[in-house]
Design a binder for this molecule. Structure first.
Ligand SMILES: Nc1ncnc2c1ncn2[C@@H]1O[C@H](COP(=O)(O)OP(=O)(O)OP(=O)(O)O)[C@@H](O)[C@H]1O
Ligand SMILES: [Mg+2]
Length: 251
């Protein structure tokens, strides 16, 4: 695809006999906000882990800005401008909020010196509305603030592509609106974004395109409303979620 920032060609990740990601071929264009959805266990987080080198692909090819990154180490991939947030937020609890974000800046080589890293970190804290908490231990933050800390840490890596793994999970409606505002501002700053999300409100309001994983396979791709109303997606994902809800599941 012309203008593609990231290209996956037949990407597979096995864990023993399980193909958590199974032959995924997709491109992400520069400047795009793309939504990645699918049921629990579909392989969404694994796909991010594979792209970032944490769980390298067992087959296929991953190309970022024309460069094959399939076999590169996570810190090298991060240094090229691919950053992600973690579904399970995992700050260093005893370190301050500022120190956590500074570590992010240093990890990806996004800052040449400690001072530069701290300045970059402070800027990201202001961007995400956490500046007032800079000197508090990360363990004192609320869940919504820890999610924003994850965002600030990943932004400190100066990403060209940012992958958000359920940054809104567990947040209340006004916290989700705040997070959406941050996501839009990140996109406006020129960063390409992959959003993994279970909340349809979020997916529909930010995504320009949606891709759907099911049992590790890409089962649909395209314009958000069309994808969400396609029978295969309803059966694989939306249907099962509605069924869960009727059965009393949290959905
Ligand atoms: N490190 C691992 N070792 C073994 N199996 C794994 C590992 N990571 C993920 N899996 C398996 O791979 C499959 C895909 O999991 P993954 O976490 O990628 O799904 P997901 O789409 O992110 O789900 P969720 O919506 O619940 O976050 C699951 O069957 C999971 O148990
Ligand atoms: Mg996941």
């Amino acid at each position: 695809m012309r203008g593609a920032l990231l290209e996956l060609e037949g990407v597979e990740r096995r864990f023993g006999g399980l193909k958590a990601v199974d032959g995924v071929t997709v491109s992400i264009a520069r400047g795009e906000i793309i939504g990645l959805i699918g049921p629990n266990g579909a392989g969404k987080t694994t796909l991010i882990n594979t792209i970032t080198g944490v769980h390298p692909a067992t087959a296929g090819r991953i190309v970022f800005e024309g460069r094959d990154i399939t076999r590169l180490k996570p810190h090298v991939i991060a240094g090229l401008g691919l950053a992600r947030t973690f579904q399970i937020v995992q700050p260093f609890p005893a370190m301050t909020v500022l120190e956590n974000v500074t570590a992010g800046a240093l990890f990806a080589g996004g800052a040449p010196t400690m001072k530069a890293a701290q300045e970059a970190a402070m800027e990201r804290l202001e961007f995400t509305g956490l500046a007032a908490h800079a000197s508090k231990p990360a363990s004192t933050l609320t869940l919504a603030q820890r999610k924003r800390l994850e965002l600030a840490k990943s932004l400190a890596m100066k990403p060209r592509l940012l992958m958000l793994d359920e940054v809104n999970a567990g947040l209340n409606s006004s916290e989700v609106d705040d997070a959406l505002d941050i996501i839009r501002r990140i996109a406006a700053s020129g960063v390409t974004i992959l959003v993994v999300e279970h909340l349809m409100k979020v997916v529909l309001s930010v995504s320009q395109r949606i891709i759907v994983l099911h049992h590790g396979q890409l089962i649909a791709e395209g314009e958000p409303k069309a994808v969400l109303s396609s029978p295969a997606v309803i059966e694989a994902y939306l249907g099962s979620r509605y069924a869960d809800r009727i059965a009393g599941g949290a959905g």
